[in-house]
Design a protein around this ligand. Structure first.
Ligand code: G6P
Length: 489
């Protein structure tokens, strides 16, 4: 990035996401302890050398007092993070309400909540108002921290209004928006009462990105059918102004997983797990406990497999890691009890005094424990009902270079478009089909597993998170330069 005075500096990237990549715990009136959570986005940006990334987002905690806010801001600044403080009411209406009870299920084809469809639209309206208010609060923090030449990269369905507010503040800001979930068919999107406003707000960005070509196509169709705008191969055009729309499939930092397998504590853990499950094939599911992940359907398919193949009962175990999430949203609470009920029933039905077929954990595992689990797994079950990409499938593949386990993957996860040739693809709603895929996976020859694994490993190690981030930001820079050149002509 060349400054007006001719000096070259690393371009600053302001990454704006609902959640900061740290968890904050208050230790005293003005002291906080922070832990970096290395999710996909964090590892993607840690590896990018061209930019100097700064994060703007919610720290996930309510901090009503000024002393606490100041202390937290200071602690976060050391991690290059800038907080947006949201009070409890906003979190309730914006995050639990509009984001996670309306947009999230809708974008994953689960429809709008029944009560909002039937009853008066009052709660829907107030949640939408809170959504805009929260987006405005993010925009204010971005605007305060923005310096000329910065690139602003907005993330996910929480912040669809952000491009609009940012461009209102400063029309010259380079603004990109990336959606980490699917963008649904325009017929689904059109059921949303605020369908047009959200599309128009996103279109203020210079570049709009999705994980797959299909999601990008759905977005462009929604703009043409709902807003009557022109869709071009480049994006969406409105009164001569083009918003570029394209697919940028994310990846993982595969090296981090591959190296972790060599760590002594991971090797030790692998040895323990092998002893613990010796004589049994290990099947693994790792999901946030979310309705889009299809956990009940997956467990029912496993039950069907055991029912049809009783000789496997004491020779296979399913380890399901279900990470609690959005626990204040009633739908998620219902799901937790539903999953517990099914697991209990199946373990009662097929368990013996010495072994149970399903080990279900309601918690997350640390990175090293997770790597060890991936490494000892014979069959991974990623059977989301819908999923933007699903990086668990990538992580599993990265950890399997000695075992060559089989990946059973939902055809409705974005990852199906990249790992489809190596995985067994299934329709997660079809329990009979998933049960048959389990059978196929457990009986697959070594040659077949080798061939499939090679394909997937090659993809996962060559399409990394760093490349994804670099590609998006360089496209965003180019898009803005091209637009400037067009206006000059
Ligand atoms: C999905 C979303 C992310 C979100 C994550 C965890 O992957 O795309 O934006 O951060 O879920 O959900 P949470 O509500 O806990 O942030």
């Amino acid at each position: 990035w060349e400054r007006p005075d001719g000096r070259h500096i690393r371009q600053r990237l302001l990454v704006v996401a609902n959640r900061l990549p740290v968890s904050a715990v208050r230790r005293g009136e003005d002291s906080w302890s922070l832990e970096i959570s290395a999710g996909g986005l964090v590892s993607a940006l840690l590896g990018v050398k061209e930019f100097e990334a700064r994060w703007i987002g919610w720290a996930g905690v309510n901090v009503p007092d000024e002393v606490g806010q100041k202390a937290l801001s200071r602690a976060l600044a050391e991690k290059r993070c800038i907080p947006v403080f949201l009070d409890e009411e906003i979190v309730h209406q914006y995050y639990n309400g509009y984001c996670n009870n309306i947009l999230w299920p809708l974008f994953h084809y689960l429809g709008l909540p029944q009560e909002d469809r039937l009853a008066t639209t009052r709660s829907f309206q107030s949640q939408f108002t809170a959504y805009k208010k929260a987006n405005k609060m993010f925009a204010d923090v971005v605007n305060t921290n923005y310096e000329e030449g910065d690139v602003v990269w907005c993330h996910d369905y929480h912040l669809m209004y952000l491009p609009k507010y940012l461009k209102k503040y400063n029309n010259k800001m380079k603004v990109g928006w990336f959606l980490h979930t699917p963008f649904p068919s325009s017929e689904i999107h059109r059921t949303l009462p605020s369908r047009s406003k959200l599309l128009r707000a996103v279109l203020h960005a210079d570049l709009v990105g999705f994980h797959t070509y299909d999601y990008a196509r759905h977005f462009v169709s929604a703009c043409t059918r709902i807003l009557g705008l022109e869709g071009t191969p480049e994006g969406v055009e409105d009164q001569g102004r083009l918003t570029r729309v394209a697919a940028f499939p994310i990846g993982i930092d595969s090296e981090r997983f591959i190296h972790a397998l060599e760590a002594p504590q991971v090797q030790e853990r692998i040895k323990e797990l092998k002893e613990r499950f010796s004589g049994r094939k290990v099947m693994l599911g790792v999901d946030r406990l979310d309705m889009i992940k299809g956990i009940p359907q997956k467990i029912l398919a496993f039950e069907k497999f055991l029912e049809e193949n009783p000789s496997w009962c004491d020779k296979v175990v399913l380890l399901q890691i279900a990470v609690p999430t959005r626990t204040d949203v009633p739908e998620y609470q219902k799901l937790t009890s539903q999953v517990h009920e099914i697991v209990g029933r199946i373990n009662g039905r097929f368990g013996t005094l010495t072994a149970v077929p399903i080990h279900h954990l309601d918690r997350s595992l640390d990175f090293h424990a997770l790597c060890a689990l991936y490494a000892v797994t014979d069959v991974a079950l990623v059977t989301s009902l819908r999923d933007g990409m699903n990086l668990v499938s990538y992580e599993f593949v990265a950890c399997q270079d000695s075992k060559r386990g089989v990946l059973i993957l939902s055809e409705f996860a974005g990852a199906a478009q990249s790992l489809g040739a190596g995985a067994i693809l299934v329709n997660p709603w079809n329990i009979t089909e998933v049960a048959a895929a389990i059978d196929q996976a457990l009986n697959m020859s070594h040659e077949e597993r080798e061939k499939r694994h090679r394909h997937n490993f090659e993809h996962v190690t060559t399409h990394t998170a760093q490349q994804w981030a670099e590609f998006f930001v360089s496209e965003l820079n180019d898009t803005v330069i091209e637009a400037q050149q067009r206006t000059r002509k």
